[in-house]
Design a binder for this molecule. Structure first.
Ligand code: ATP
Length: 176
């Protein structure tokens, strides 16, 4: 039985925007959704890192930054352990939620063991999920679960507007 709707695609193509639009529609329907977004942070036009923000907007921390932080390095970013608390907070509200939204499951998020463990526990809970997945994800435990249980959509500039209704309908089908 498929239980995840997964969007993937090139960097900057519009994956987060698509998921936010779908989440807005689901909120209008009254669904209880937990999860997190990982928005980029720019200073003077230059990307200096990423935050992790709970879906309800109440919790926020650095996920990674170009300046020093206390987690493992990924490319030009240093990950930040404080992100683990935001990811773990999803687990506290998992039982009451009907859907988990994670933007995104990628190499940066998975370098932090607390974030990786939280994502694995979400996947093992068998809760329905709407996930953004990095197009080059290679995690040996997580990727097979996503491949086995996911409806995958590749977002392009051409299809990103039309996909809002399609992804929304697919999520509704999972929830009913
Ligand atoms: N449907 C759309 N129409 C017009 N502009 C869009 C659309 N979707 C996204 N954009 C714009 O494209 C940019 C990147 O969008 P977004 O952050 O959603 O992409 P992403 O694929 O999640 O990026 P990343 O890979 O960096 O996480 C943003 O400036 C956003 O406003």
């Amino acid at each position: 039985m498929l239980r995840y709707v997964i969007v993937t695609g090139r960097p900057g193509v519009g994956k987060t925007t698509l998921v936010r639009r779908v989440v807005d529609k689901l909120h209008e329907d009254g669904y209880n959704i937990v999860g997190f977004f990982c928005p980029e942070v720019r200073r003077g036009g230059r990307r200096i890192g990423f935050k992790i923000v709970s879906l309800d907007g109440k919790l926020e921390a650095w996920l990674a930054k170009t300046e020093n932080c206390d987690g493992p390095r990924v490319g030009r970013y240093n990950t930040c352990r404080e992100a683990e608390d935001v990811a773990r907070s999803v687990l506290e509200r998992l039982d009451e939620a009907s859907l988990v939204v994670i933007d995104e499951i990628g190499p940066m998020e998975l370098k932090l063991m607390g974030v990786r463990e939280a994502i694995l526990r979400v996947l093992r809970s068998e809760k329905p999920g709407l996930f953004v997945v990095h197009e080059r994800l290679s995690d040996r435990e997580i990727l097979p679960l996503l491949q086995r249980y996911g409806n995958w959509y590749r977002v392009t500039v051409e299809n990103r507007d039309a996909l809002v209704d399609e992804v929304y309908s697919r999520v509704i089908a999972l929830l009913s």
